[in-house]
Design a binder for this molecule. Sequence first.
Ligand SMILES: [Zn+2]
Length: 118
Amino acid sequence: MTREFEELLNWGGSPQATCGCGRVHFTESGDFMEPGELDGLRAKAKAEPDRYIGDSENDAVSIATVGGVTAVWGCKCGHFDRVEAYLWGNRDMFLRYYRTRIEREKKEAEASSALLPT
Ligand SMILES: [Zn+2]
């Protein structure tokens, strides 16, 4: 994920979050968790290390939603990388879409504006 795309997204933070891929990410700090919650998550991580992933480097799990899918920053599923690659790889198509839609909406607004009394 490029810095430009990362800065574009509206990030939030949580002590634990489930990525759109199903992986559960949690902070090893245990901040803002219920008593016993961190121990439970660690036990699950031990049993299913690819599904429950502890993060000892950050105080919160960073999440953002794109296209209705909430994903976790740094998750190995690479959701944000795929979304960015799709958007960037199809930029000509999106730019054509923006151009034609804006032109149509501008014409419609001008037609509506012409109905207003002067
Ligand atoms: Zn994921």
